[in-house]
Design a protein. Structure first.
Length: 251
């Protein structure tokens, strides 16, 4: 796990971020950590991150390192007259699923994902993170989450506590709200059974028609992006066999 820390400080830090990200920063007062995303005006994913409350109103954004430079650039574009400073810091991020060390915060996406610790580099505790993600359908940036392509509701951000539908405006909010008000999504990420293996991103076929793509695989399961109207019975992805029952919830 390679992560970067972006620090947002200054008297307008909370107000500035509140108008940009998908979740409600007022939750930081209660929880100390919030999961959220930054979207395009068209509602497509650009980056996901954890917002972490620090002393004196400072907020850290814990983001995948490959996304940090672009996120920094976009935050700077929106800064305008806001009284904030934005900088990337060199601070370690640790995580684990065993007993939480002092100062650790629970991963807000799912209880199975354990804890996160900032400013202290701890050794790997041996957790099979891919297996955990697949079992609970937790998408990862750069794999299931693709900048300028993914819609966060199709990726399960409501289930992962990464979006607040009552907080008010943020970039991409209008499109996200319209999707939320639909009766049901037509596409999305789910956990499927898989026999064999397929390359990450391989196309899934069902009865000769494209039905989606398969991503992270572990322990006979996989995270797949499916068209729900075509995902019935046996499917194929480059030699692997996949199975998903329609109308079931993501695992």
């Amino acid at each position: 796990m390679t992560r970067a820390i972006i620090e947002v400080s200054g008297q307008d830090a909370t107000k500035f971020l509140q108008g940009l990200v998908t979740n409600d920063l007022r939750k930081l007062e209660r929880d100390g950590i919030v999961y959220a995303a930054f979207l395009t005006p068209q509602g497509k994913y650009l980056a996901d991150f954890f917002l972490v409350a620090r002393p004196d109103g400072v907020i850290w954004l814990d983001v995948a390192a490959p996304l940090a430079a672009e996120l920094l650039r976009r935050l700077a574009v929106f800064r305008l007259r806001a009284q904030v400073s934005i900088a990337q810091l060199d601070h370690p991020v640790s995580r684990g699923t065993g007993p939480a060390p002092a100062g650790a915060l629970p991963d807000p996406r799912h209880p199975a994902l354990g804890w996160r610790l900032y400013g202290q580099a701890l050794p790997d505790d041996g957790t099979d993170w891919d297996a955990l993600r697949v079992a609970h359908c937790i998408p990862e940036s750069g794999i299931e989450l693709q900048p300028n392509e993914t819609f966060i509701l199709e990726a399960g951000f409501d289930r992962l506590h990464g979006v607040d539908f009552r907080k008010g405006c943020y970039v991409g909010q209008e499109v996200t709200a319209r999707m939320q008000h639909k009766t049901s999504l037509r596409k999305g990420l789910v956990t499927v059974a898989i026999e064999g293996r397929a390359p990450v991103g391989a196309e899934i076929m069902a009865e000769g028609k494209p039905a989606g793509h398969v991503f992270t695989q572990a322990d006979g399961k996989a995270i797949a992006y499916l068209r729900f109207d075509r995902a019935a019975g046996e499917m194929q992805a480059e030699g692997a066999r996949l199975f998903w029952l329609a109308n079931t919830e993501p695992a």
